[in-house]
Design a protein around this ligand. Structure first.
Ligand code: BG6
Length: 495
């Protein structure tokens, strides 16, 4: 028999629940991958929110699902699993009665499991755990899901993790990084660890450098308060970018399970070379967008969106990073992320070295070094850049060609949804794609000194036009090394 699961979404009326979590759960429901005995509790803070909940949820589903996924009958069936419930996290008496009555019966019953998803501010994690504990809602079959940001620096992250650890063991704690739920990210591991072709060349002997870019076209999207305190380094690099770097750089785990994968990722994080204050301007670039044209229209600059005369928050960051271990010694990892850039592209580029000797005459042209491009967004695809013969010519002419594995095109009915994948993993108690507490700590251990050096050096962000590829010095970071960013534009196919 299917297990019985109570899933509680704290922050039930929030943006994340409406935009991502409910659509993801609906998708899983529509594909029959949710357990039959699942009940979804969504917390509300007022009677009004509670009474309007199901109709607001229906509106959100219609808005955030693709039109081909919308089936009003199925949406109605799905919503019958959703139970809005009044919870005031800070009110330990009356604020918890409803939830306590609904859940407590299952705690201690081995056939029932409880999942508490904290889609709330991290400042509430601790009190929420405490209340769950007081109401005896935590048992050995309970799990907790923590949304980022986990902390503001290493100290605050440790405080959060410590306070959660008082109530939930590490194996009950699922720290989410939605980038790890993206299909091409998981495919990266399959590509690396099930194809001899790549794994044998995956080191400093064959690879010239690696680029990881998470370029966005959006601006603040109404999150000014949070973002101005965080900035791109904390918002994107500490988590998503470093997690991708780990998957590219890690040693093959002995087996595909959470303990082994996390152990290998941790070794990478611990091998990251710290950037000295004296080299901070050489290895890191900060930027902030000003007004410009994006998506065919004029968009406001960061300060205008923020409605403040001044801010030193970076909306763009590029870093030259090194992983100091046997495999990667002195291979640069160029990391880049920014808002209001020219194109929304998230990709990992593995640039191989040139061949040692070309047997062709000069008139045939220079062979272009191979390149593997793993694109996560906007399309999920993997491309391998090779050299081929220009078939139209009788004499030998080398011509760059691309082997294209387009996942979205090849799997027609496939709707990639990172949150769906990760929610199902939590339901199935599989933590492979979640972050261990030690990873959070190590990642901050590399980020904190960068922030400190920026402060000490009064390193102000360089302004860049919205709709551009970021500050000029981001190009210099690579050109100084005789390299350039792969921009994922059509021209790149004919480089
Ligand atoms: C979030 C960041 O974690 O990731 C946002 O807080 C960012 O600032 C978002 O926009 C990007 O996610 P995706 O999946 O849209 O690339």
């Amino acid at each position: 028999m299917d297990k019985h699961i109570d899933l509680v979404l704290f922050g039930g009326t929030g943006d994340l629940t409406m935009r991502k979590l409910l659509p993801a759960l609906y998708r899983a429901y529509a594909e029959n991958t949710l357990p039959e005995n699942l009940k979804i509790f969504t917390t509300c803070r007022s009677e009004k929110q509670k009474s309007d909940y199901l109709s607001n949820a229906e509106t959100a589903l219609n808005k955030f699902l693709n039109s081909s996924e919308i089936d009003s009958e199925k949406i109605a069936q799905f919503l019958s699993l959703v139970c809005p419930i009044l919870v005031d996290i800070n009110d330990s008496d009356s604020g918890w009665v409803g939830l306590s009555d609904s859940i407590s019966i299952g705690v201690g019953d081995s056939s029932r499991e409880q999942i508490y998803y904290f889609a709330i501010a991290p400042s509430l994690f601790s009190i929420c755990c405490q209340q769950l504990d007081e109401k005896k809602l935590i048992g050995k079959n309970s799990r907790v899901v923590l949304e980022k940001p986990i902390g503001y620096d290493k100290t605050s992250a440790e405080e959060i993790n410590e306070s959660v650890a008082r109530y939930f063991k590490e194996e009950q704690t699922f720290r989410i990084d939605h980038y790890l739920g993206k299909e091409t990210v998981q495919n990266l591991m399959i590509l690396r660890f099930s194809n001899l072709l790549f794994e044998n060349m995956w080191d400093r002997n064959s690879i010239d450098h690696i680029q990881i870019s998470l370029n966005e076209t959006v601006g603040l999207e109404g999150r000014a308060g949070f973002y101005d305190d965080a900035g791109a380094l904390r918002d994107m690099v500490q988590n998503h970018l470093l997690q991708l770097l780990c998957l590219v750089a890690m040693e093959p785990p002995n087996q595909n399970n959470s303990a082994n994968i996390r152990a290998e990722k941790l070794k990478v994080l611990r091998s990251l070379r710290l950037i000295a204050q004296s080299e901070i301007k050489q290895h890191t670039i900060r930027g902030q967008y000003v007004t410009g044209e994006a998506g065919g229209k004029l968009v406001p600059g960061y300060l205008e969106e923020l409605d403040k005369p001044e801010s030193f928050c970076e909306t763009f960051v590029a870093i030259r990073a090194f992983v100091d271990n046997w495999r990667w010694k002195d291979v640069p990892f160029y990391l880049r992320t920014g808002k209001r850039l020219k194109q929304r592209v998230a990709e990992i580029v593995v640039q191989f070295k040139p061949i040692t000797h070309s047997i062709y005459s000069q008139s045939a042209g220079e062979p272009v070094p191979n390149k593997l491009v793993i694109q996560l967004q906007p399309e999920e695809k993997i491309q391998l850049y090779l050299n081929s013969k220009d078939l139209g010519k009788s004499e030998v002419k080398l011509q760059p060609a691309v082997l294209d594995l387009n996942l979205t095109g090849n799997f027609k009915h496939f709707h990639s949804d990172a949150y769906k994948r990760l929610l199902l993993d939590v339901i199935n108690d599989d933590a492979s794609l979640f972050i261990h507490r030690d990873e959070v700590k190590s990642a901050w251990g590399w980020i904190d000194p960068i922030i400190e050096s920026w402060k000490q050096e009064n390193y102000e962000p360089e302004l860049y036009r919205s709709g551009s590829w970021g500050p000029e010095s981001s190009n210099d970071l690579l050109s100084e090394d005789g390299r350039k960013w792969h921009l994922a534009t059509e021209e790149n196919c004919n480089e």
